[in-house]
Design a protein around this ligand. Structure first.
Ligand SMILES: [Zn+2]
Length: 113
């Protein structure tokens, strides 16, 4: 990406240095060269955007607390809600969660208030 920007800057610099001695053919070649560099830069940016979006989605999954702590690929969903065996007297619940990918299960104490 950095080298691509350097190429672009070089191309623009060459265009700025143009003098009247430069033939129309040379000008055209330079313009085509610059156009190709811009296309390449746009494709590279687009690829980076896709990569950034994928990473954002991954971060969202992990931060949401629904990501499986074991396989990191699946999501945990609640399969049962019961009275908590110890803190049930305070109105707390015990949620059982299961991973959609690896089948890992875990329980969480939840205060519904
Ligand atoms: Zn899992």
């Amino acid at each position: 990406m950095t080298s691509m920007l350097t190429d672009l800057a070089d191309g623009i610099r060459r265009l700025q240095k143009l003098n009247k001695d430069m033939s129309e053919l040379e000008l055209r070649e330079e313009a085509l060269n610059l156009r190709q560099l811009l296309v390449d830069a746009r494709e590279a940016l687009s690829a980076k955007d896709t990569e950034i979006q994928a990473l954002k989605d991954k971060i969202d999954r992990i931060e949401s607390g629904d990501a499986c702590p074991l396989c990191r690929a699946g999501r945990l969903s609640i399969t049962a809600i019961n009275e908590h065996p110890v803190f049930g007297v305070f109105g707390h619940q015990e949620h059982t969660l299961k991973c959609s990918k690896c089948g890992h299960t875990e329980t969480r104490k939840v205060d519904p208030k």
